[in-house]
Design a protein around this ligand. Structure first.
Ligand SMILES: NC(=O)c1ccc[n+]([C@@H]2O[C@H](COP(=O)([O-])OP(=O)(O)OC[C@H]3O[C@@H](n4cnc5c(N)ncnc54)[C@H](O)[C@@H]3O)[C@@H](O)[C@H]2O)c1
Length: 254
């Protein structure tokens, strides 16, 4: 029978020093994957690495800035040097900046979201591709947002970058399917920041969480990471180019 989990898979997760990336690193690591923590903040990287080491998970921390192609190339090279392969790539990192209404979106806003989110995902996919192709097996998970899908007001530059990430994911899915590589997208909702806001009684956060069909805040490790695990596993062998809304049904009420 085919092994349908991520046991012994080598999975790179960008931006895994905190938030959803950290949750996915812990969940996939607990389920047998070797994890590469690719993160630009050294103290955050060290923190997730220490958590994984304490669990006995094979882990490599690589300081990585997804703005820089060279940094991403070096991270994938370090992954292959350490573990001999790269099976899964989760492009979760993106650099945020305050959003603005469309009338005020600046070139800097666009450049920041595009360079870290769209180009960062593209450079990482390109760096991993020859290794995955050589293995005849690869799983790529990119991170977009339902805010982009519905054109959420006040977030034009972010929304544009997230929809571009979905676009390159579909094209890579078409070009690389014959190589044994599937490429899918998660639009998540939840994580530690929203959990903390609800915990401190933030009215808007409470109202938003209760408005969902599943009326609570999603947990990075227990609610979102299991979908990433599936998308990085052999069970996800007949799905590619698709977007998964992992948000408690939130978009139904958008
Ligand atoms: N949390 C949500 O509800 C939500 C909703 C929709 C989409 N998303 C997407 O999910 C992903 C993770 O979101 P999150 O809430 O966990 O974010 P977060 O801000 O909590 O964590 C992002 C992580 O990425 C790292 N990072 C940022 N810029 C980087 C760079 N240039 N190079 C390397 N690392 C970098 C940060 O240091 C941090 O550890 C993002 O792509 C985000 O747009 C999140």
């Amino acid at each position: 029978m085919t092994e349908h989990g991520v046991r012994d898979k080598v999975v790179v997760i960008t931006g895994s020093g905190q938030g959803l990336g950290r949750g996915m690193a812990l969940h996939l690591g607990k389920n047998g994957a070797s994890i590469v923590v690719a993160e630009w903040k050294p103290e955050k990287m060290a923190s997730t690495v220490a958590e994984l080491e304490a669990l006995g998970v094979p882990v490599l921390g690589v300081p990585t800035n997804v703005f820089e192609k060279d940094s991403i190339d070096a991270m994938i090279a370090a992954t292959v040097e350490q573990f001999g392969r790269v099976d899964g790539l989760v492009n979760n990192a993106q650099t945020f900046r305050p959003n603005a209404p469309m009338a005020e979106v600046s070139g800097d806003d666009f450049d920041t979201f595009y360079a870290s989110g769209v180009k960062g995902s593209l450079w990482a996919m390109q760096a991993a591709y020859p290794h995955m192709k050589g293995q005849g097996w690869g799983r790529i998970v990119n991170f977009a947002s339902s805010m982009g899908m519905v054109g959420f007001q006040g977030f034009g530059a972010y929304n544009a970058s997230k929809e571009a990430i979905r676009a390159i994911s579909r094209t890579a899915a078409k070009e690389w399917g014959a190589d044994g590589i599937v490429v899918n997208v998660i639009c998540p909702g939840g994580g530690p920041r929203a959990q903390a806001a609800v915990a401190r009684g933030d009215e808007a956060a409470l109202e938003f969480s209760k408005s969902k069909p599943i009326p609570r805040v999603g947990d990075a490790e227990d609610d979102i990471a299991p979908v990433a695990l599936f998308l990085c596993s052999d069970a996800c062998r007949w799905i590619t180019g698709q977007t998964f809304l992992v948000d408690g049904g939130g978009l139904l009420f958008a």
